[in-house]
Write a protein that binds this ligand. Structure first.
Ligand code: SF4
Length: 424
């Protein structure tokens, strides 16, 4: 989401007459977009700002994103060379804030979270030539005990279906064939216009835009993940065979402490819908180990869950304390060393699962969108509908395949990628 926010901010600046340069050295105005999801994010931001000050004297600095929202005016005290601090809920006010900056105001802020607006900009500078992102819902109304997002991105607000479809059509006209719908809780989408689409309807309709061959989405919340989403994937071939559904823990007791709003059984019900689909859907997830109070038994429940689901991949993290979050009040913090031990065990188990899962693809022919070329190995880099990297050779041809769709037979599989040969 931050990458795409940066694209939209750049589009806004270009729309205001600024031009983008390749390096901070060449810039007069430096925007620093920040993320506060990981431990010590604030410290890293202040260290980087100090470095900017040394390396780029006389420039105007702006801090954007979650650390801007979280630290607010304090940024001016700790880094007086910063002139603009703006959280993502205020990006739609950037044109006004830039005017204040241009008129010499050295303390410009956009920090209100009290908004019902989304950041719809007529101009977005897109950095990926093949996949385009569309944010359909911003903010979050959940309150997971470990998470800073509700404090940094404001309340949930959805865009109208008409504005999303218009953007998808523009992207198709510009030659994009793959769209990724974004939202902190993308599947909580609810169309504020009279059309009243839910997320499944949005997915289906974006998948029907002429020229769009692939639609992905991230990130889903299990509580709002209804069967209609799987039915839409099952019936519309443009919707990719991949669902990322963060579980966070396999223990209902821990899920309850995390305030995740679902039980293990309810989560597994969603997995069952995916496994019953007529198309093979790749499933990925996020897991936090060492949440306060997580016992060995709870951790074993998480290990059991990953074996049962057989995830295609997962992102795993050690729990870290984040400012303002309800989990700060919980006792029974797990020692760092123990969190590290659990993380290593989890990752080793998952690696073995991925070896097994990926081996089942050997011999299959998969359609790939070609995203790159590796000069060192002479292999093209493709992505399958299941979001797997498939590196392949195309002997006897020097055709430029970038951005094209090709059929590739899988000949080898590793834990993190597949390899094969183009068959067309
Ligand atoms: S659903 Fe939970 S984890 Fe996701 S952004 Fe909202 S509060 Fe954070």
């Amino acid at each position: 989401m931050n990458v795409h926010d940066s694209e939209k901010v750049i589009g806004t600046l270009i729309g205001q007459g600024y031009s983008q340069v390749d390096t901070p050295e060449a810039a007069e105005l430096v925007f620093y977009n920040t993320c506060s999801i990981r431990d010590k994010a604030e410290q890293k931001v202040f260290n980087r700002l100090q470095q900017f000050k040394k390396d780029h004297k006389g420039k105007t600095f702006a801090v954007l994103g979650c650390v801007a929202q979280q630290e607010g005016d304090k940024i001016f005290e700790k880094a007086p060379h910063v002139s603009l601090v703006c959280g993502s809920a205020s990006y739609n006010k950037l044109p006004d804030l830039l005017i204040q900056l241009e008129t010499g105001n050295k303390r410009v802020t956009g920090l209100s979270l009290d908004t019902e607006e989304t950041f719809d900009t007529p101009m977005t500078r897109r950095d990926n030539p093949h996949r385009a992102y569309i944010t359909i819902i911003e903010g979050c109304d959940k309150s997971c005990a470990y998470c800073v997002v509700p404090f940094t991105r404001g309340p949930e607000r959805s865009r109208t279906s008409a504005s999303v479809i218009a953007e998808a059509r523009q992207l198709a006209a510009a030659g994009y064939t793959e769209i990724q719908l974004l939202g902190q809780n993308v599947n909580s989408y609810h169309d504020p216009s009279p059309a009243g689409w839910d997320f499944a309807a949005m997915l289906d309709n974006v998948g029907k835009v002429p020229g769009i061959r692939r639609v992905r989405f991230t990130t889903s919340h299990p509580r709002d993940f209804v069967k209609g989403i799987i039915d839409a994937i099952d019936s519309n071939p443009s919707l990719c065979n991949h669902v990322h559904l963060p579980v966070q823990s396999g223990s209902t007791r821990v899920l309850d402490a995390m305030q995740r709003l679902y039980t293990r059984d309810q989560y597994m019900q969603r997995i069952a819908w995916m496994k019953q689909a007529s198309r093979p859907i790749a499933i990925t997830t996020d897991i936090i180990v060492g949440f306060p109070g997580e016992t060995e038994e709870d951790f074993e429940a998480t290990l059991g869950l990953i074996e049962e689901v057989e995830y295609d991949s997962l992102f795993s993290f050690k729990y870290s304390r984040r400012p303002n979050t309800p989990a700060l009040a919980l006792g029974d913090q797990i020692p760092e060393e123990e969190k590290g031990r659990r993380l290593t065990i989890l990752q080793e188990r998952q690696r073995a699962i991925q070896v097994r899962r990926n081996a089942t693809y050997v011999g299959m022919v998969e359609e790939c969108l070609v995203e790159g070329f590796n000069k060192a190995t002479g292999q093209w880099i493709g992505r399958t509908s299941q979001n797997k990297t498939l590196n392949f050779l195309r002997p006897g041809s020097d055709e430029d395949l970038l951005g094209k769709y090709v059929e590739v037979r899988v000949t080898r599989a590793g834990p993190n990628s597949l390899a094969g040969e183009c068959v067309n």
